[in-house]
Design a protein around this ligand. Structure first.
Ligand code: DX5
Ligand code: ZN
Length: 222
């Protein structure tokens, strides 16, 4: 699939989200950060907002669920129109069942790891996943500093994917910018979430193109 750039609307103007989506036309996905004020200390969107966003853009939606009890709530985001739904393994009681439910409801199934959660225990789950998200900040807020300590885990995840021969996408989220995207691409990431880097730029779509070019310089399209 190659490099994909997925702007997060967390730091976009919440009163003008329709217009904000129109400013990232060349993105591959729109990343929607769902926070419940329990799993993370912040509160954002629910399924109704995801449904409204899906009506206002042709780009597919990538819902990142930072919520407790992902098992019971993830399906609502598929129904709301998300093309990819990511749950945190730390919040899932039955991650295999949950990934299968998301897939059978018609979305791509993705699992996220917080910075302190190792990837090795989940090696056998990779064939169940369309994407693995390695957080490169503690989830909860946009605009945080990229955590270099997560780079070895990205490398490990890429190695495990190669060992299992899976096509699972490897996403990074948190502090991804022109400064840090090459490090992530070198480590093996291929899907890049960028929030403040995109929406603090004068031209968000030009920033999407610049980020893509930086990552492709490290991993040229085959
Ligand atoms: C953080 C969210 C991220 C956030 C990224 O918990 O999951 O998606 O929006 O924002 P930046 O790119 O500013 O770190
Ligand atoms: Zn996110």
């Amino acid at each position: 699939m190659g490099i994909q750039i997925t702007p997060s609307i967390l730091n976009a103007d919440p009163a003008a989200l329709g217009a904000e989506l129109a400013r990232i036309g060349s993105a591959d996905w729109v990343h929607v950060d769902v926070m419940d004020n329990h799993f993370v200390p912040n509160l954002t969107f629910g399924p109704a907002m995801v449904e409204a966003l899906a009506r206002s853009t042709d780009l597919p939606l990538d819902a990142h669920l930072m919520i407790d009890d992902a098992d019971r709530n993830a399906a609502a985001y598929v129904e709301a129109g998300a093309g990819s739904v990511t749950f945190h393994v730390e919040a899932a009681r039955a991650p295999v069942r949950l990934a299968r439910e998301i897939r059978s409801a018609g979305a791509r199934a993705s699992m996220a790891l917080r910075p302190a959660t190792p990837v090795e225990p989940y090696e056998e789950l990779l064939p169940e996943l369309d994407m693995l998200l390695i957080m490169t900040v503690e989830p909860g807020f946009g605009g945080q500093t990229f955590l270099d300590l997560c780079l070895p885990k990205i490398r490990t995840a890429r190695r495990l994917m190669e060992r299992h021969g899976v096509q699972t996408w490897l996403q990074v989220d948190g502090g991804v910018s022109l400064e840090t995207i090459e490090r992530c691409a070198e480590a093996g990431a291929d899907v890049f979430v960028a929030g403040s880097a995109v929406y603090s730029a004068d031209d968000p779509d030009a920033m999407v193109a610049e980020l893509r070019a930086r990552a492709q310089a490290v991993s040229p399209p085959s």
